[in-house]
Design a protein around this ligand. Structure first.
Ligand SMILES: *Cc1c(COP(=O)(O)O)cnc(C)c1O
Length: 237
């Protein structure tokens, strides 16, 4: 779809959907009685670098990618790299840490000690620093990544004790089945526990196209929204 459309019509399409998502965010913030900022990470996986540049021109400040090979290539192609913060949000093998540390600004999907070690070495080698959130599993049966809630605090301590990594908070994906709001409430509890020891780790990254309202109601500070802005990924597989 995006290949056929002209840059101008794609820009209009993205602008319209972005405005609609921003409207949903405002409505949900009002409903939750929140007047703090909710950060928007636009998930651009499977869409071309030209879309990321258009999003930057439309005022988007953060994008999310979930596969190293695709992300490293796309980030290198960007015209507006300096206007965007790049969040890596996918399951990450330790042997890809060196690559991710070269182009990402944030790794949201840190879910095991081995990955913390790999990112520590990788940032050292690349002379960079990374912001990190600990990914919490809200459904142990799904295998979509994430540390068990009861182990999240120890993992957060490990990240916080690693000089090249800055602990920012927690991240989670709602289970495929069940009430996303209940799952996000659990995430908020995990966040509370971590902030007890690390008050600066305030980020709660939760909420996608289908459940951003529930996430905002449970205190999400960052949303990761893909298809509601870019369109269906099916045609890009
Ligand atoms: C793809 C993805 C998203 C965005 O999902 P949409 O339903 O398209 O908004 C958010 N978070 C993660 C971890 C993802 O992989």
């Amino acid at each position: 779809m995006s290949q056929e459309s002209s840059p101008e019509s794609r820009r209009e399409e993205l602008a319209g959907r972005l405005a609609e998502v921003r409207r949903r965010i405002d409505v949900a913030r009002d409903a939750a009685g929140r007047d703090d900022e909710v950060g928007l990470v636009v998930v651009t996986k499977l869409f071309p670098a030209s879309d990321l540049d258009l999003l930057a021109e439309l005022g988007v400040e953060a994008v999310g990618e979930n596969r190293d090979q695709e992300a490293s290539r796309k980030v290198a192609e960007l015209t507006h790299r300096s206007r965007l913060t790049v969040h890596f949000i996918g399951q990450l093998q330790s042997n890809k840490a060196a690559s991710v540390a070269r182009y990402a600004d944030v790794v949201q999907s840190v879910d095991r000690p081995k990955l913390v070690g790999a990112l520590e070495r990788a940032t050292g080698a690349a002379g960079r620093r990374l912001d990190v959130t600990v990914q919490v599993s809200l459904d142990p049966d799904e295998g979509r990544g994430g540390v068990a809630p009861e182990k999240a605090r120890a993992l957060a301590d490990l990240v916080a004790g690693t000089p090249a990594l800055t602990l920012r908070g927690v991240m989670a994906v709602a289970p495929l089945d069940g009430d996303p709001r209940a799952a996000f409430a659990r995430l908020r509890e995990v966040s509370d526990g971590i902030r007890h020891d690390h008050p600066e780790a305030t980020w709660i990254s939760a909420g996608m196209s289908g459940d951003l309202e529930a996430a905002i109601a449970e205190g999400a500070t960052h949303l990761r929204v893909g298809s509601a802005i870019l369109g269906s990924r099916e045609s890009h597989r």
